[in-house]
Design a protein around this ligand. Structure first.
Ligand code: HEM
Length: 274
């Protein structure tokens, strides 16, 4: 930025803006295609949100915070390797957080994001109706003291939250947005004696599993996640979408047509032109 002539007085504000805009770009053009699919992302950016069109200040809807965006709970693995040649570290207690990061816990992001020229990064768990075992027994450092030990389970917490906020069933949302709801056999809860419609959080996990092989969210989950993320960016007067839609990333990217999260996280020397 100094080389571009930014004054010392504006340096921090400019660095913040540049980083934020690059991150926003990576969310829209790297994270979103991976999470909801290339074609759905393209259509969303072309046509805009069909259902989530807030006026003025954007609030995050309950369907997003208490169901759809919790899809990541299913993607978590029980253990991660964070350094080349290092050991596999368990989520708990090894990676619990809430403490200074020791040198053997500093993450080599090329193990978690695909980077050209490096071995393929570790994959997340598929998005499906299961959670890695450690998430079913959260440590007290995360939950605090509990009266009811069932709340050690992140699945119980996610489901309970949906009940507490009165979320509609997955089938109800599917019908509302014009998608064919999953069949009872596809949801698979009847064998456990469940006869009602499906809690939204669990429905969206099963939708990803049944309709997309666990590779990405299905149609209803994609609609909620995609429309809310886009609306948040468009509702932010400081986002690159609001300030200058013709803006393009200025930091170097490994693929010249595609700036992504790995370009932000894993430093590299761009080739010198000419
Ligand atoms: C080791 C990894 C993770 C742990 C231990 C964890 C744990 C938790 C816990 C304990 C809650 C509060 C649950 C409740 O009582 O309602 C929560 C909420 C949530 N989590 Fe996670 N989570 C993890 C990863 C993720 C990922 C990868 C995503 C998304 C990609 C995610 C999305 C959310 C969302 C959207 C909420 C609701 C936040 C709110 O409304 O305030 N989590 N998580």
């Amino acid at each position: 930025l100094r080389e571009d002539g930014v004054s010392e007085a504006d340096l921090v504000a400019e660095a913040r803006r540049a980083l934020t805009w690059h991150y926003q770009w990576a969310v829209l053009f790297d994270f979103l295609p991976a999470t909801i699919g290339e074609e759905r992302t393209r259509k969303l950016l072309q046509d805009g949100p069909r259902f989530f069109q807030p006026d003025g200040t954007v609030s995050i809807p309950f369907e997003f915070a208490d169901a759809a965006y919790r899809f990541g709970h299913s993607q978590m693995r029980g253990a991660y390797r964070v350094q080349r040649g290092g050991a596999d570290l368990t989520l708990f207690p090894d990676l619990i957080g809430f403490r200074p990061v020791t040198s053997d816990r500093v993450i080599d992001w090329s193990l978690l994001f695909d980077v050209a020229g490096e071995p393929a990064a570790a994959r997340s768990r598929p998005i499906d109706g299961c959670l890695a075992e450690p998430l079913l027994k959260l440590p007290v450092d995360i939950t605090g003291e509990l009266d009811d030990q069932d709340f050690q389970s992140l699945a119980v917490r996610d489901l309970q939250r949906g009940v507490a906020t009165g979320l509609p069933s997955g089938e109800a949302v599917a019908r509302l947005v014009g998608e064919e709801p999953l069949l009872r056999d596809e949801v698979g809860l009847s064998e456990f004696g469940w006869s009602g419609e499906t809690p939204l959080w669990y429905y969206l996990l099963k939708e990803a599993e049944v309709r997309e092989g666990g590779e990405r969210l299905g149609p209803v989950g994609s609609l909620i996640v995609g429309e809310v993320l886009l609306a948040i960016l468009d509702g932010d007067p400081e986002s690159f979408r609001s300030v200058d839609r013709s803006w393009r990333p200025t930091l170097p990217s490994r693929d010249p047509d595609r700036f992504g999260l790995a370009d932000l996280l894993v430093p590299f020397e761009p080739p010198i032109d000419g």
